[in-house]
Design a protein around this ligand. Structure first.
Ligand SMILES: NC(=O)c1ccc[n+]([C@@H]2O[C@H](COP(=O)([O-])OP(=O)(O)OC[C@H]3O[C@@H](n4cnc5c(N)ncnc54)[C@H](O)[C@@H]3O)[C@@H](O)[C@H]2O)c1
Length: 389
């Protein structure tokens, strides 16, 4: 068992320094080396962490003897390449969300990690958040009744990404929470959006997901909104939760509100919906930084040799959703259907009408799209995310 996990962090832009700070604060773990292609970022970090070595070449970092685990927080287009070389070098690997630009790449990483006995973990931070744990606890206790739908809004002004659209950037958080709460993979999704600032890269987009038992979710993401908004409403048959992650206090409020149908009526005059308004309460949530819990979980998984909660299986399922969102966007919002086991790594896939030109999607006669094949999807996002040598 590793008593002191030595970590190398690749990518020190906006998010990487948060990972470095958290790993440095944990016991029995130490950041030994940091890599970024931008020397100015390394100079800045050298000012903060004098004892940590710096390199502009991630390949040097992954090969080092004094690195047990590699943390990847670069732009998404680099995730697969860096994670692959890290896993091939036998290092435990943490990759920020989304784990790459295709589910097929993610499945390849999963296979290498298994072969080399390395932990592969995806950075779906919200699943480590005490607020989400509380929401899940309330739902599992049955307090909400049957979940009917979830509406999520994640909006702000920027930060504009150059290699992915707003859905790939912001929706992974919402999707991870929604799947966690729903407890299942969706049946289908569709996505619409618009590119207002950078041609070809959607900065405003809405996703609609359908689940079994007529349950649904709506996710609205934008880089073109004046206010930073992180809101989610979970509507149950008995109660409703409003989760506001930007709120300093009372991030979660539970509304004892519902609408009941009359059990029986004979004439229209007798028909009335029964609106129930009860108490609103804000449950106690332990104040802990989700990223700290996430970093600790990575270390625990390395020490105990167990699968992380946010493993490659979850990461490839998330990528399937993002791939489907791009297919739907390009098809002007046409729905994309998943097979029941599409969430899994190496997903078994419902073969659509036919494969066209070796491409991995097919449009059904009714204008719908069925994800097919295990290959990467022919999305515009891929042509934008070609990684230079
Ligand atoms: N989990 C979360 O809550 C959360 C929050 C924000 C961002 N993220 C994720 O973190 C990742 C990084 O996002 P960001 O906002 O920090 O991006 P960023 O553009 O601010 O930073 C990326 C850094 O990587 C460096 N870089 C690029 N290519 C490199 C390479 N080949 N080798 C070494 N360094 C390289 C860049 O110079 C830059 O400093 C993304 O995957 C993003 O989705 C996660």
């Amino acid at each position: 068992m590793l008593s002191n996990v030595r970590i190398g962090v690749v990518g020190c832009g906006y998010w990487g320094p948060n990972l470095i700070r958290n790993f440095q604060a944990l016991t029995d773990c130490q950041v030994t080396v940091i890599s970024d292609v931008d020397p100015a970022r390394l100079k800045h970090l050298h000012g903060l962490y004098r004892n940590v070595e710096m390199t502009t070449d991630y390949r040097q970092l992954v090969e080092r003897e004094d690195v047990d685990a590699v943390v990847v927080a670069t732009p998404v287009a680099w995730h697969h390449r860096i994670a692959k070389s890290s896993l091939l070098a036998g290092k435990h690997t943490f990759v920020e969300k989304p784990v790459g630009t295709s589910s097929a790449d993610c499945i390849e990483l999963a296979e290498i990690s298994e072969r080399n006995g390395c932990v592969l973990m995806a950075g779906y931070t919200f699943l480590y958040s005490p607020a989400i744990a509380k929401i899940k606890q309330i739902i599992d206790a049955g307090d909400l009744g049957e979940i009917r739908y979830i509406a999520a809004r994640r909006l702000n002004l920027g930060l504009f990404q150059r290699d992915i659209n707003v859905t790939w950037d912001l929706a992974p958080h919402d999707l991870s929470i929604i799947l966690h709460v729903m407890g299942e993979y969706p049946v289908s999704l569709n996505c619409r959006g618009s590119a207002n600032v950078t041609p070809g890269i959607e900065d405003v987009a809405s996703l609609n997901l359908t689940f079994s038992r007529q349950r649904s979710a709506i996710v609205h993401n934008s880089w073109l909104d004046p206010r930073k908004t992180r809101e989610m409403t979970i509507v149950g048959s008995r109660r409703m939760i409003v989760y506001d992650d930007v709120a300093v206090a009372e991030k979660i409020r539970v509304f004892d509100a519902r609408v009941d149908h009359p059990p029986h009526y004979d004439t229209f005059a007798e028909f009335h919906y029964a609106y129930h308004y009860g108490d609103v309460y804000a449950p106690y949530i332990k104040q802990e930084e989700p990223l700290k819990l996430e970093c600790q979980h990575f270390l625990d998984c390395i020490r105990m040799g167990v699968q992380p909660m946010t493993d490659a299986h979850l990461a490839s399922g998330m990528l399937r959703l993002l791939e489907a969102s791009t297919v739907s966007l390009r098809a002007e919002g046409a729905p994309v259907f998943f097979d029941s086991n599409a969430a899994g790594a190496g997903a078994g896939l419902r073969v659509g009408a036919k494969e066209r030109n070796g491409k991995a999607h097919a449009r059904g006669g009714n204008g719908t799209i069925h994800l097919t094949g295990r290959s990467t999807l022919p999305m515009a996002v891929q042509s934008r995310t070609t990684v230079p040598e």
